[in-house]
Design a binder for this molecule. Structure first.
Ligand SMILES: NC(=O)C1=CN([C@@H]2O[C@H](COP(=O)(O)OP(=O)(O)OC[C@H]3O[C@@H](n4cnc5c(N)ncnc54)[C@H](O)[C@@H]3O)[C@@H](O)[C@H]2O)C=CC1
Ligand SMILES: O=C(O)[C@H]1O[C@H](OP(=O)(O)OP(=O)(O)OC[C@H]2O[C@@H](n3ccc(=O)[nH]c3=O)[C@H](O)[C@@H]2O)[C@H](O)[C@@H](O)[C@@H]1O
Length: 429
């Protein structure tokens, strides 16, 4: 199947590489000429495990192409995916300018029947608006269908999630479009749910909000565990053994971040409000998440007292492990607070330092995790990189002014760290 993807970022590029790898002919389109130049030169502008190899393999195979031209993509492909940003506005609603602009760009060049597939996360009823926009601005009055096909990949495990999805959701009414979409996903071994456009769009916001809710639930429980002298990791394990609850997304920490949960929870609250429903539960999910960060900062202040002139060793800058993405990263939020209060922040992240430095140049970027311990008044673990678990904590302790560690992701064994002589502070344990 000939496929074009408009927007070659975390979703578009990874989706394009996976589609190409399972046999489709893919054109990845982007209006960022530097990004296209870099991709054409074989360089991948994002870090996603396995992506560089997958892109290079399929470019070599001749099944993956890059261009800035939407016209080329629309002309050469039967299915056109939209994977452009849908960032939040100040009031939490979704900035739809990227989607509307792409719809008009497609309309301007649409001549033959095409299936236009929205993969970006959009408010319910966007599909209808995309259809009306293309209809209005398409001078050739061509036939086309609009489909909703939300994406559920997680960064850091995106290729796995794309190749082995739990489900493929297709929101469409036209039998012709449904048949074509089934062909696109035929090579994937996953249940395909065919539903209407509005339900498909709602499934995405509902899913992300529920996952955020589950994390906020265990984060709220972490406070009860601290007050009760219980261990939230044990409580999570006990809960997760119930197949109706499941063990995933029950890790207490400093809260959820990333380019999607914060914006999608805020958007869903706004969308619900506009539909006449006050989503109080989600407002509390968001509040718990904000409080989680404040409570963690309070723990740091309780031990360090004044932050000004203190040297804080920060382990992790990305919003989660196995990515270089620092968008809405809680780690970066903590760094901002430390810097604002006059602390010296020396940080290390295995993959996110370049992107972090573009945003927070006043951090001292260390070349290794061990270096963040140099003369440090404390170490803060903010991102759940597995490599932080097996660091040489004994020699790190000898480099520190005071062996104090705030483990924001409960990565380390509290008992072992205390036996090693650290003052250890975790979350809910
Ligand atoms: N990042 C993630 O893990 C996931 C993101 N999503 C959704 O997918 C959408 C895209 O997210 P990301 O890939 O993270 O964004 P991104 O910012 O990484 O990539 C978007 C790309 O679209 C390009 N673009 C913007 N306007 C364009 C236009 N008119 N023509 C051509 N290219 C254009 C940008 O230059 C950028 O490279 C969002 O709606 C997001 O909510 C959904 C699931 C997972
Ligand atoms: O729409 C999206 O962009 C995506 O958002 C999330 O994926 P992602 O944000 O990439 O990463 P997650 O693994 O969900 O982690 C999100 C945040 O929650 C935190 N988290 C995750 C799991 C957990 O148990 N505890 C916890 O604090 C992570 O540290 C991270 O800050 C969803 O999991 C994906 O299904 C969805 O497609």
């Amino acid at each position: 199947m000939k496929i074009s993807i408009i927007g070659s970022g975390y979703v578009g590029l990874t989706t394009g590489a996976c589609f190409a790898d399972i046999g489709h002919e893919v054109i990845c389109i982007d209006n960022d000429s530097n990004k296209i130049k870099s991709l054409l030169a074989g360089n991948i502008p994002i870090y996603e495990p396995g992506l560089e190899e997958l892109v290079q393999k399929n470019v070599k195979k001749g099944t993956l192409h890059f261009t800035e031209s939407i016209e080329e993509g629309v002309e050469k492909s039967l299915v056109i995916f939209i994977a452009v940003p849908t960032p939040p506005l100040e009031d939490g609603s979704v900035d739809m300018t990227y989607i509307e602009k792409v719809a008009r760009q497609i309309a301007a060049v649409l001549k033959d029947y095409r299936v236009i597939v929205d993969k970006s996360t959009v408010p319910v009823k966007t599909g209808e608006k995309v259809y009306q926009t293309i209809k209005r601005y398409n001078s050739h009055n061509s036939e086309f269908d609009v489909v909703s096909n939300p994406e559920f990949l997680r960064e850091g495990v995106a290729i796995h999630d794309l190749l082995y999805p739990d489900r493929v959701v297709i929101g469409a009414t036209s039998e012709r479009a449904i048949k074509i979409m089934k062909e696109v996903y035929a090579p994937f071994k996953a249940p395909i749910l065919i539903t209407d456009l509005n339900s498909a769009e709602l499934i995405k916001h509902a899913s992300n909000s529920f996952l955020a809710l589950k994390i906020s639930y265990i984060n709220a429980l972490s406070r009860i565990c601290e007050a009760a002298g219980a261990n939230v990791q044990m409580v999570a394990e006990g809960m997760g053994l119930d197949h109706r609850i499941g063990k995933h997304f029950l890790k207490a920490g400093i809260g959820w971040g990333g380019s999607c949960f914060p914006k999608d929870v805020a958007a869903f609250i706004k969308i619900s409000q506009e539909l006449g429903y006050d989503f109080k539960l989600l407002k509390e999910v968001s509040q718990i998440n904000n409080d989680q960060k404040e409570i963690f900062l309070r723990k740091i202040r309780n031990v360090l007292w004044v932050l000004k002139d203190k040297r804080i060793g920060l382990l992790g800058l990305a919003f989660k492990n196995n990515t270089d993405d620092v968008r809405c990263s809680v780690a970066m939020d903590l760094a901002r607070v430390f810097l604002k209060e006059g602390a010296i922040v020396q940080a290390y992240d295995p993959k996110a330092m370049r992107k972090a430095e573009e945003v927070l140049p006043s951090i001292h970027y260390c070349s290794s995790a061990l270096d963040v311990a140099e003369e440090a008044d404390c170490i803060v673990i903010a991102t759940e990189w597995e490599e932080f678990i097996n660091l040489d904590w004994k020699s790190m302790k000898s480099k520190m002014i005071s062996p104090i560690i705030f483990d924001g992701r409960n990565l380390l064994d509290k008992k072992k760290m205390i036996e090693m002589g650290y003052h250890y502070v975790g979350v809910g344990n």
